[in-house]
Every structure is written in structure tokens, then in C-alpha cells.
Design a protein around this ligand. Structure first.
Ligand SMILES: NC(=O)c1ccc[n+]([C@@H]2O[C@H](COP(=O)([O-])OP(=O)(O)OC[C@H]3O[C@@H](n4cnc5c(N)ncnc54)[C@H](OP(=O)(O)O)[C@@H]3O)[C@@H](O)[C@H]2O)c1
Length: 187
């Protein structure tokens, strides 16, 4: 069955962004190409040219992405991942005139369970913390880019009620800026 993979950049104190959505405090890595080669679908379609990636590079791990309305709007694009099916969870957004973008106002848990039953590659949970907190029991794998910075406040990687959920580290890789990418599967 397809897995739901929450891939996000987090601070040491567990935030994915500052209180106003700031993310420019993450130190830049010069070896992100390692990730881009293995997860090309994580590079927004309109930005592929900037990293010398052909626009039609095939998806390797994920062919579907799920995100909350704030995350979608933060990207500022109608179809940021046009090479995937994009599900934007929102009760307020109007439908988008693009077959690759579906606005969904139903329970995100039901949405993810339905997607998992379909054929395909794994599903990327892009965020944000509000949506991820609601989907904690559906997350099969975490891929956290842990940056060596403390934000001191901001938007949590997962917001919700106290509910310890164990994961097992399956791999870890360190990058030139001290960022550690850790793969964790649900225990
Ligand atoms: N560091 C990273 O890797 C990373 C990754 C992703 C996002 N981010 C950042 O995180 C921030 C956004 O995160 P966030 O936690 O504030 O918000 P979010 O989870 O992206 O979006 C929250 C919105 O999603 C909709 N939603 C959530 N639950 C719903 C439900 N059950 N039914 C229907 N709609 C639902 C609602 O939109 P409506 O109000 O329209 O109903 C809600 O306001 C942005 O600044 C983004 O840049 C960072």
C-alpha cells in the first residue's frame, strides 16, 4: 500500500517556519543535488530550471502531494508541483482551473486513506503543521531535514494534542551546512 511520507525542514526546537511563515533563517546547503536526484518530484516544476533539472524529469518516490491551504498559498503558485497530483485541503479556497490541483474540503484522514488504496507511488505530505497534526496517525514515514538552528517560536512541525507516537530511524545523512536528513518509519 502507498505510504504517506511527511517531508519537511525543521528547526532543532521543532518548528517548520517562524510565526509569520519565515524560513530564510535556515542555513543554505550547497549539496541539495543529492536530494534532488533521489526525490526530483520535491522540486517545484517552475523552479526546476534553476537547479538544472529538465522539466519532464520523472517522479521516483512520490506522484501525489497533500498540503494545507497555508502551505499552498505560501508557495504563491497555482500548480507548484504540476508533475504530481496535488490535493490542497481547505474549506475556503475556490476550485482551481488546473486538472493537477484539487481543492478538498473533506476530512483529510479520509482523503489520505482513499489515496492510499489507489495504485501509485507514495504520497508526500508537504505540510504544514496544522494538517500534519491531524494526519499523525496516517503518517508512515518521516523525512525530516533537521537544521542546526533554534527558532525560539513559530509554526510547529505537527500541532495537535499530546499523543506520543514512536518512529524508528532507518537512515540518516548529513549535509555541508550541518543539516541532517533523517528517515524514520512508524515503529
Ligand atoms: N519547513 C518546511 O518544510 C515547511 C513545509 C510545509 C509548510 N511550511 C510552512 O508552514 C506554514 C503553513 O503551515 P500551517 O500549519 O500554518 O498551515 P497548513 O497546515 O499548511 O494549512 C492550514 C489550513 O489548511 C486547511 N485545513 C486544515 N485542516 C483542515 C480540515 N480538516 N478540513 C479542511 N481544511 C483544513 C485550512 O484552510 P482553510 O482556512 O482554507 O479552511 C487551514 O487553515 C507556511 O508558512 C509554510 O511555508 C514549511
Amino acid at each position: 500500500m502507498r505510504r504517506l511520507v511527511y517531508y519537511a525542514a525543521v528547526t532543532l526546537d521543532g518548528y517548520i517556519a517562524g510565526p509569520e511563515g519565515e524560513f530564510d533563517f535556515y542555513p543554505v546547503a550547497d549539496d541539495m543535488s543529492w536530494i534532488n536526484e533521489r526525490y526530483p518530484e520535491s522540486v517545484p516544476t517552475p523552479l526546476r530550471e534553476l537547479v538544472d533539472m529538465p522539466a519532464d524529469t520523472p517522479n521516483l518516490q512520490w506522484d501525489t502531494v497533500v498540503m494545507g491551504r497555508h502551505t499552498y498559498e505560501a508557495g504563491g503558485m497555482t500548480s507548484p508541483y504540476d508533475h504530481m497530483m496535488q490535493y490542497v485541503v481547505s474549506r475556503t479556497l475556490e476550485p482551481v482551473d488546473n486538472p493537477q490541483v484539487k481543492i478538498v474540503d473533506t476530512d483529510p484522514v479520509e482523503l489520505v486513506r482513499t489515496l492510499k488504496e489507489q495504485e501509485g507511488l507514495d504520497i508526500w505530505l508537504c505540510g504544514g503543521g496544522n494538517l500534519a497534526g491531524q494526519l499523525i496517525h496516517e503518517i508512515d514515514r518521516l523525512m525530516f531535514k533537521s537544521y542546526p538552528v533554534i527558532a525560539g517560536g513559530g509554526l510547529p512541525a505537527l500541532s495537535g494534542n499530546f499523543s506520543p507516537t514512536r518512529f524508528t530511524v532507518t537512515a540518516r545523512r548529513e549535509f555541508s551546512n550541518g543539516m541532517q536528513l533523517t528517515w524514520l518509519d512508524r515503529a
